[in-house]
Design a protein around this ligand. Structure first.
Ligand SMILES: [Mg+2]
Length: 223
């Protein structure tokens, strides 16, 4: 039997912030941009709490944050520079994606990050499907629009069903790799769930395996 037929999984789906991309102090890209350019951490905390309590819809949270960036006159260049300065690809991230693709796995992203995070930090990675939040810019590099992803938090599990449908892969043959509490629901649905440097015990509990350090470890785990 050849390798493809013997293989247990066909698709590997990654979270971004905290999984493919790290920050020195654990902040995700949203928080990083808000802190750097708007400087009011209390607003971040209030919006997070309001979201948790069901008083703020996810898409409104995205809108409020991006409108704040727009009011502050942030350009594509300034946001990209902040991402490049404060975030970095996790050890082995680029190599892992390239190795999986070359081996015939489909590779996808389902994340609450910004499209710019991948464009700035992992520009050469080829993904078969990408679901993230989008910020759009005009010819002058000013923010001209945005689209909130329906596939963050509990919606990540719906995102996995959608990606599996688009790529014609059964969910039980999909691996998911994530780090935080917004990954718990998708981890329950995926055929195999890897917690990468989990930020809460509940994430490690729901995963099939926990890894730390170089992401290339996951290749042997799923092979
Ligand atoms: Mg994450």
């Amino acid at each position: 039997m050849n390798d493809v037929l013997r293989r247990r999984y066909d698709l590997v789906v990654f979270d971004v912030d905290g999984t493919l991309v790290g920050s020195r102090d654990g902040r995700v890209v949203w928080r990083l941009i808000n802190d750097r350019f708007l400087g009011d951490q209390e607003i971040d905390d209030q919006r997070w709490q309001a979201f948790l309590q069901g008083e703020l819809l996810y898409e409104d949270w995205v809108r409020l944050d991006v409108e704040g960036w727009q009011s502050a006159g942030l350009s594509r260049e300034r946001i990209s520079s902040a991402i490049a300065a404060d975030l970095y690809p996790m050890p082995g991230a680029k190599e892992t994606i390239a190795t999986l693709s070359d081996a015939g796995y489909r590779v996808a992203v389902i994340s609450g990050t910004l499209n710019l995070t991948l464009e700035v930090l992992l520009p050469d990675c080829r993904f078969d499907a990408v679901f993230t939040n989008h910020v759009e810019f005009d010819d002058q590099g000013k923010i001209s629009g945005w689209r909130a992803t329906p596939y963050d938090m509990a919606g990540k599990a719906d995102g996995l069903h959608r990606v599996c449908e688009e790529l014609a892969v059964p969910v039980e043959r999909a691996v998911f790799v994530g780090d935080n509490v917004n990954d718990i629901e998708i981890m329950k649905v995926a055929g195999f769930a890897i917690a990468y440097e989990p930020k809460a015990p509940s994430v490690a509990d729901v995963a099939d395996v926990v890894i730390e350090g170089d992401l290339r470890q996951l290749i042997e785990l799923i092979d």
